[in-house]
Design a protein around this ligand. Structure first.
Ligand code: ADP
Ligand code: ADP
Length: 226
């Protein structure tokens, strides 16, 4: 699925240069569920932004699905991203003015799908995360756990190869957090590759592998009994 080879990300602000990722090598195979852990400032967001093709590395290679995407410019990256990658975030990032249904439908508009099929797929995605009965509500009318379920539906409705999750349970209580983790586990079992940043050790245990970052470097990788 993806491979990072000697990946470096440096930010330059006035006189200061910060090396956020310092020669990172990571290989994620098709169907894996990887958790990325490490203290604040260790480079987790920088890593997820590059893997999600929202940012580009300073040096090194990023291979995705057989292509060296680190050679590509913004437009090509955006195209690959929209076709292959779904995102969920700590703060849900739903659009307040759109209904639950419309928020999820938005993720399909880029794809060339007839309106009728689009509606069926949105309904199926909402049913899958048990939120179909709230499709005409606005995000603010839902609890945090319900909003994150809508965000999961939005992230997967286009059937991405890979799902990137940035602290998906960070704003949820333990019951809702556990439910989100069970849904991610189900999606992974159906074949979606998942890379998740988390501060929660219990939630990292749902992954099949934990990668620990420290000061921009991979310091440990733990294979878990799947
Ligand atoms: P984490 O997500 O683990 O907290 P980040 O990837 O956000 O880590 O940050 C890694 C390092 O890079 C930190 O020292 C941070 O201050 C720095 N950094 C992150 N983004 C930027 C940026 N846009 N400009 C300058 N420095 C940045
Ligand atoms: P997977 O683990 O998903 O079965 P591979 O192990 O075959 O895939 O490769 C992982 C990724 O590395 C793929 O995206 C592959 O295209 C990419 N890759 C291919 N050639 C090279 C290369 N010369 N150097 C680094 N990465 C490569």
């Amino acid at each position: 699925m993806l491979k990072l080879v000697d990946l470096v990300k440096a930010y330059r602000t006035e006189e200061v240069e910060t090396t956020a990722l310092n020669s990172v090598n990571i290989h994620v195979r098709d169907g894996e569920f990887v958790a990325i852990m490490g203290p604040s400032g260790c480079g987790k967001s920088s890593l997820l932004n590059i893997v999600g093709m929202l940012d580009t590395p300073s040096s090194g290679q990023y291979w995705f699905n057989g292509e060296e995407v680190s050679k590509y410019g913004e437009r090509k990256l955006a195209d690959i991203r929209k076709k292959n990658i779904g995102f969920i975030f700590q703060s849900f990032n739903l659009i307040d003015e759109l209904t639950v249904f419309e928020n999820v439908e938005l993720a399909l508009l880029y794809h060339d799908i007839p309106a009728r099929e689009r509606k069926e797929r949105v309904k199926a995605a909402l049913e899958k995360v048990n939120i179909g009965h709230r499709e005409s509500h606005l995000p603010q009318q839902l609890s945090g756990g319900q909003q994150q379920r809508v965000a999961i539906a939005r992230a997967v409705v286009a059937k991405p190869k890979m799902l990137l999750a940035d602290e998906p349970t960070g704003n949820l209580d333990s019951a809702n957090g556990d439910e989100v983790m069970r849904m991610l586990t189900d999606l992974n079992a159906e074949g979606t590759t998942i890379v998740m940043v988390t501060h929660s050790m219990p939630h990292a245990q749902y992954a099949t592998r934990i990668i620990n970052l420290f000061d921009g470097q991979v310091v440990a990788e733990n294979l878990r009994a799947a």
